[in-house]
Design a protein around this ligand. Structure first.
Ligand code: BEZ
Ligand code: FE
Length: 290
């Protein structure tokens, strides 16, 4: 096509794609370019604004490393990561939530009843629950990969003062599907703001805070793996998570209990002298289909 116009350029683009190309890629590229072109037409995008967009992408690429995923962060604060999560969630399972950039593979094993708090200060939190199938039966041997921030609001990979795997643990549940571990109550924290994504948040008058949370990846053979989080119901940022990760079924009440009521059989049993917090968070996994 030599007479390309504002009105036909989208169809011209679609016509340039080869007949024999992968049909799903054709669908995705066609829809992507349709929306991109509509966006430019609708907003009457100027050259300067287009250049700003390109500079943003180049800025993300410039700081991208193995430990710094600015493009993923951009997707997170634009709500795209959460939207993809929700589109692909099963309604009969526990809701999924953002993975975020701070998961690390190879976390050390954590026994049921084990402790992630170690010698860090802050309120003891006992997190426990049962991993079940959609009929309510426990899933023996399910695996839970757990991670969270230290009391300073930093993940181990962001903080040279912490061991690589501090506040990371990998637990295999027993036949009763039950998990339990102690930790420090997580704190709210900000997503990284020293890159181009921080600039966008600032320009939009948005804050960078996430409500406090524990991250879980729950896996079991024959079931769909679940990436999720659990939030306390009194967190000030629950209704304004900057990465849109909060779902109603992931918000739990953390109950304050007396030291004397700390249960037997935990790594910290007999050592807890202050009031502590308890959260019960059961997880439902959906069967893998197809
Ligand atoms: C997190 O919860 O670890 C996280 C999620 C999205 C962006 C940044 C951090
Ligand atoms: Fe997090």
């Amino acid at each position: 096509m030599r007479n390309v116009t504002q009105d036909n350029i989208t169809d011209v683009f679609k016509g340039y794609m080869a007949e024999g190309m992968d049909p799903r890629l054709r669908e995705i590229m066609g829809a992507l370019v349709q929306h991109l072109h509509d966006f430019a037409r609708e907003t009457k995008l100027t050259h300067a604004e287009w250049q700003q967009g390109i500079a943003f992408l180049e800025g993300c690429a410039a700081i991208e490393t193995e430990d710094r995923h600015e493009f993923v962060l951009a997707s997170d604060v634009l709500g795209l990561s959460s939207l993809v999560d929700m589109i692909n969630s099963r309604s009969d399972a526990t809701s999924s939530s953002v993975l975020g950039p701070f998961h690390v593979s190879g976390a050390p094993p954590l026994e049921v009843g084990g402790d992630m708090k170690r010698n860090f200060g802050g309120p003891v939190l006992l997190a426990e629950g049962v991993i079940r199938d959609t009929d309510g039966n426990p899933i023996p041997g399910a695996e839970i990969d757990i991670w969270q921030t230290a009391p300073n609001g930093l993940y181990a990979s962001q903080d040279e003062a912490q061991d690589t795997f501090s506040f990371h643990g990998l637990m295999n549940v027993g036949d009763d599907g039950r998990y339990a571990f102690t930790t420090v109550k997580p704190v709210e924290y900000t997503v990284p703001t020293d890159g181009p994504v921080g600039g966008i948040l600032n320009a939009c008058g948005r804050h960078p805070w996430r409500p406090s949370h524990l991250h879980f990846i729950v896996k079991a053979p024959g079931f769909r793996s679940l990436v999720t989080e659990v939030f306390p119901d009194d967190d000030p940022y629950l209704d304004q998570d900057t990465v849109f990760g909060v779902r109603e079924d992931l918000v739990m009440h953390y109950v304050e209990k007396n030291a004397a009521d700390f249960p037997e059989g935990m790594a910290l049993s007999g050592t807890v002298t202050d009031p502590w917090l308890s959260v019960q968070f059961d997880v439902t996994l959906a069967k893998e289909t197809g």
